[in-house]
Design a binder for this molecule. Structure first.
Ligand SMILES: [Zn+2]
Length: 74
């Protein structure tokens, strides 16, 4: 296994762990339950956006449903 593959595996595991943790807490993994996102660029203007993962609800169930819906559309 190459180093790059190992790194990718590591990231995948970490991501999965985070999802599981957020699921237990019932929070959207993308915004950690806050319902909004802030990007590095936009942080300069203190602009907050509704989280695209959960539509701003911050709930894990909404995030999961939206993820499923986007997969079905593709
Ligand atoms: Zn969210």
């Amino acid at each position: 296994m190459s180093l790059w593959q190992k790194l990718k595996e590591w990231h995948k595991k970490r991501y999965k762990k985070r999802i599981e943790k957020m699921e237990k807490q019932g929070k959207c993994p993308e915004c950690r339950g806050t319902g909004y996102q802030i990007s590095a660029m936009e942080a300069m203007y203190s602009a907050l956006y509704d989280c695209s993962g959960c539509n701003g609800s911050g709930l894990f169930t909404d995030w999961e449903n939206l993820k499923k819906a986007s997969k079905e559309n593709k």
